[in-house]
Design a protein around this ligand. Structure first.
Ligand code: 13P
Length: 243
């Protein structure tokens, strides 16, 4: 089996103004000049793609968008197409993040359409899935995630165009994480449903303290990091946990 190169991705969410984003991006780039074995990706808000993209130029830190619209262009006020992300220098787009599924009401069908849009534009789609707390406590986490995978992934997924991120909703921004056994079980179940060698990231309260243990799990191919990606030290420490 080909080696799956690990990916540590920072989802900056709705954080950052030009000055602090530039400083953060430059900081990440400076650290990334040191040898590292994982791929690095930062996903700033759309307003910062240009300034962060310039800071990343010449480095091996990739740029990604946090969401895209399914259509390439048109009368969709406030939305951004996958083609626009590509044009802004992105190589990846996060789609189906729980904050969009749950606060914007996005369905699996929406996520599927956005994944196809990302591919149409030549982007790698990072498709997020994950259960809410009641589903975990009710023993339904696995069936929920399996249904999200079935509904959100279009035909044509390959290890080159798709990355899946398992992000239990109750673990996002809470400091809580599933047990290592639960993460391992979920990633193995996802592995059975995605193309061979597609990478599966874990996301939800990843920090420099827990990253080593999480990233050591067999089917965890990297991390999608929220809060800790806003500090270059922490983001880099998580990247180093891939070593
Ligand atoms: P936190 O790392 O802040 O829990 O966020 C995870 C996340 O939602 C990444 O997409």
């Amino acid at each position: 089996m080909a080696e799956r190169k690990r990916l540590v991705a920072g989802n900056w969410k709705m954080n950052g103004l030009r000055a602090d984003a530039l400083a953060l991006a430059r900081n990440v780039v400076a650290r990334a000049r040191q040898p590292h074995r994982c791929e690095l990706l930062v996903c700033p808000p759309a307003t910062l793609l240009a300034v962060v993209g310039e800071a990343l130029a010449g480095s091996d830190v990739a740029l990604g968008g946090q969401d895209c619209h399914a259509e390439p262009k048109g009368a969709f006020t406030g939305c951004i197409s996958a083609e626009m992300l590509k044009d802004a220098g992105c190589s990846h787009a996060i789609v189906g993040h729980s904050e969009r599924r749950h606060t914007c009401g996005e369905t699996d069908a929406d996520v599927r359409a956005k994944t196809l849009a990302g591919w149409r534009a030549g982007l790698i789609a990072i498709v997020c899935v994950g259960e809410i707390r009641a589903e975990r406590e009710g023993g339904r986490a696995m069936s929920v995630v399996e249904a999200q995978i079935a509904g959100s992934l279009p035909d044509g997924a390959t290890s080159q165009n798709l990355i899946v991120a398992y992000e239990p909703v109750w673990a996002i921004g809470t400091g809580l994480t599933p047990t290592m056994a639960d993460i391992a079980e979920m990633h193995a179940a996802i592995r059975a449903r995605v193309p061979l060698d597609a990478r599966i990231l874990y996301g939800g309260s990843v920090n420099p303290k827990n990253a080593g243990e999480i990233l050591a799990l067999e089917d965890v191919d990297g991390a999608l990091v929220g809060g800790a990606s806003l500090k270059a030290d922490d983001f880099w420490a998580i990247a180093q946990a891939c070593e």
